[in-house]
Every structure is written in C-alpha cells, then in structure tokens.
Design a protein. Structure first.
Length: 371
C-alpha cells in the first residue's frame, strides 16, 4: 500500500511544480518601492493639517456663538418693544376711561360744586397715577420719542384736571366767574393738546418703530381724553360757561345768563376794534347793538360809552328777550377835535349769573373827519 502511495505522490509532484511555474509567470511584476518621505517633514504636514482643522472648528464655533448671541439680543429687543407697547396701550386706555368719567360728571349738572370738585379731584388722582406708571416704564431706546410724547400727554391731563378742580367752585358762583371760566377754558385746550400728542405723535412713532424693527404691530387705543368728535365745543368759553352753569341746578333754575356786544357804529359807519375808523365830523350819535345770549330775559341792561377823556355816558336797555338783540343809541354830547385820533371804549354791564364777560366790551380808535 505504501509503495503505491509513494508512486502516486511521485507522479503528482511534477505536475504541481509545473503549476507553480505558471503562477510565477502569470503574476504581475512587483512595482518598485517608492522613496518614503523623511519623518520630520511628514510630522510637520500632519501638524499643519491638524492646525487648520482646529482653526476651522474654532471659527465655526465662534460663528455659532455670534449668531446665537445676536438672536438672543434680537429676541430680547423685540420682547422689550412688545412689552412697552402693551404697557403704554393699557395706560392710555385707562386714561381714556378717566376722560369719559370727567366729562360725564361735568355734563350731568346734578352734583353741587363741592361734589363735582371732589369727583374731578378723584379723576385727577387716577390720572396722576397713570402718569407715574408711564414715567416708570423702561422704554427701549427706539421708543424714546414715543415715550416723551406719551408722558407729556399724560402730564398735561394731570395738570389740567388739577387746575379745573381748583376753579370749578369759583366758575359756578353767581358773580365774578369770568376768570375761573377762562382758566377752565385754557385747561380744556391742554386736554385737547394731550389728545393730539398721543393720537398724532406717539401712536405714529410707536407704529413706525415696530415696522422698522419687523415686530408684529399691535392695535393701539384711541386714548382720547376729550369726547371724540365733540372736542370743539369744550374749547369755547361760552359753551363752557353754559355747561358749568347747570352744575347744582334744579328744575326751577332760570338758565344761563349772558350778554354779547355785537356791533358799534357812529352814524352809518361801523367801527372795528382792529383798525382805525374815520367817521364824519358832524356825527353825533353812537349806536351799540347788544344780544341776549342767555336762556332767560335780561332786564335793565346798561351800556357804557367813554370817548377819550370825557366822562362815561350810560344808556339803559329796558329788556332783551333770549336770543334777541336791541340797540342803545347814545348821543355824543361833546364832539372831539376834528382830525385827531380818539379812543372809544364800549362796555355792556354783565347781568346776574353771567359767567363769560370778555365779549361784553370793545375798544375802538376813531378819527372824526376834518371840517
């Protein structure tokens, strides 16, 4: 058995040897070995590569930090603008409510002057609190102009209410009320100015800033202190006097009293308080037209005329019905020197309860013509 196995192996070995030769012939020739770079140069390149990678990662990290910080700052700025706008809107809405309460109390006409003064003082206190709240707000830099206009508007309201409260009792008195009514009229003008400051300056500025900063716009309240559409009537002294005249009134009251000097003429020439008027040298009578602007009959109305240095001349008008006019014809007893300027003062004496008297008098400059 073993001799046969040995013979078989002897026959196979030459064949295997032949295969080895074919594999050696078929194998591709080996590439020549490339020269390897020196160790220090390769380490330097690796160091530079690692350094560049580190710089790139650092820059990317820095950019992320900057973008993140900027995003946080923008978010904080937007939040500040929204918060300020919301706070101011709340304050102005409350101020508008206080204005409604003020004019409602003024127009009711049923409270006494002391009660009305207390009501106005209470509204004034609430308005002062609103002003303090607005002053304490941390307005963003972009809202500085809007904050200035808003705060000034609220301060005007606070101060005007204080002056009105102080003069309301005097304005409702039976006599010598003209000065108090004038103060109240002036303060009504301040309230009107406060509405303009908020409605035309502050709101426009707030809206503009929100648009520039790309912040979602918010609805702003009207914020008017005076009644919308009816403000003009509260700027006229006659209307104010009529309104205040009803304070503490009852059904037996005779209404508001008041006279008005309508016109003055010498002969056929009407006089003007704004320009010098020349009249005929032989003119010998001054005609004064007076209107009853009250709600009840005016009796024993007295018209006073003073020509230059002469003594005043009085002329009574027995009665004037409400809304009607009457004329007092006053003779000129001593004619001025022809060609010279003369000052003529005309005064209609106020009647009881009259509150506005600045339309009861006028001063004219007159030249009587030469002979």
């Amino acid at each position: 058995m073993f001799p046969r196995l040995a013979a078989g192996l002897a026959a196979i070995l030459p064949a295997l040897a032949f295969l080895d030769e074919e594999e050696q012939l078929a194998a591709p020739p080996e590439e020549p070995e490339r020269p390897r770079r020196s160790g220090p140069e390769r380490r330097r390149q690796q160091f530079l590569l690692r350094r560049m990678i580190a710089v790139g990662v650092g820059l990317a990290f820095l950019i992320l930090i900057v973008v993140g910080i900027r995003g946080c700052l923008e978010a904080r700025s937007d939040r500040g603008l929204r918060n300020y706008t919301q706070d101011v809107s709340t304050i102005m809405q409350e101020s508008q409510t206080r204005g409604g309460e003020f004019f409602e109390a003024l127009e009711a006409g049923t409270a006494s002057d002391q009660e009305l003064e207390q009501q106005i003082n209470a509204i004034r206190g609430a308005s002062a609190s609103l002003y303090d709240r607005a002053e304490s707000l941390d307005a963003p830099d972009q809202m500085r102009d809007a904050a200035t206009a808003t705060n000034l508007s609220l301060r005007l309201r606070r101060d005007a209410l204080e002056q009105i409260a102080e003069n309301i009792s005097a304005a409702t008195a039976d006599r010598e009320t003209a000065d108090a009514v004038e103060v109240i009229s002036t303060q009504m003008g301040s309230l009107f100015a406060s509405d303009i400051l908020w409605g035309q300056l502050a709101t426009d500025e707030i809206t503009s800033v929100l648009e520039e900063e790309d912040v979602e716009a918010q609805d702003l309240p009207a914020g008017n202190f005076m009644p919308e559409g009816d403000a003009a009537q509260y700027l006229d002294q006659t209307e104010i006097a009529s309104l205040i005249g009803g304070v503490g009134g009852d059904e037996g009251a005779t209404g508001v009293a008041g006279l008005g000097l309508i016109s003055t003429s010498i002969g056929d020439t009407a006089l003007s308080p704004d320009t010098t008027t020349t009249v005929p040298s032989d003119a010998n009578e001054i005609s004064v037209e007076v209107q009853n602007q009250g709600e009840s009959e005016a009796a024993e109305v007295t018209v006073n005329v003073t020509i230059g240095d002469q003594a005043p001349i009085e002329k009574p008008i027995p009665r004037i019905e409400p809304g009607s006019t009457e004329v007092a014809n006053i003779p000129i007893e001593t004619l001025p020197q022809p060609g010279t300027e003369v000052q003529i003062d005309v005064l209609v004496d106020p009647v009881d309860g009259e509150q506005v008297t600045d339309n009861n008098e006028a001063t004219y400059t007159v030249i009587f013509g030469t002979e």
